[in-house]
Design a protein around this ligand. Structure first.
Ligand code: THU
Length: 136
């Protein structure tokens, strides 16, 4: 699947965001190694800290369904769903990616006008803690 197609699915997912507090809508589309895609949105909470990001919603849906091998994720976001720049995954979401993904897992960050930036997980989370490396 092309990055542009995955980003389009992330844009669609952004429409599902529940964001009564920040107004920042975020969408993610997670591509599994078998070609299936899981979409996620951010879901906020009046108590703030229970808020879950779009990326983790997508990962947890996929893991619940038994998926363990992932190729890429597309992420988009912006105030009221308007893309004014890229929306890089937060540190917590990067750590969740680390749990399931290899160094070459790709993160496509969509921006305005079809623009996007690509980074690998290794680039976004260098010198990281992982079960595979540190809990042998
Ligand atoms: N958010 C995400 O969904 N993903 C990220 O990686 C960063 C932040 C959400 C959480 C919150 O609902 C809103 O963006 C503003 O922080």
């Amino acid at each position: 699947m092309k990055p542009e197609e995955l980003i389009a699915l992330a844009v669609e997912a952004m429409g599902h965001a529940y964001v009564p507090y920040s107004g920042y809508k975020v969408g993610a589309a997670l591509l599994c190694a078998d070609g299936t895609v899981y979409q996620g949105c951010n879901i906020e909470n009046a108590s703030y800290t229970p808020t879950v990001c779009a990326e983790r919603t997508a990962f947890f849906k996929a893991v619940y369904d038994g998926k363990r091998d992932f190729s890429a994720i597309a992420v988009v976001g912006g105030k009221d769903g308007v893309l004014t720049g890229t929306f890089p995954p937060c540190g917590v979401c990067r750590q969740v990616m680390r749990e399931f993904c290899a160094d070459d897992f790709k993160v496509y960050m969509g921006g305005p006008g079809g623009s996007f930036e690509t980074r690998t997980l290794a680039e976004l989370l260098p010198f990281s803690f992982s079960a595979a490396e540190h809990m042998k």
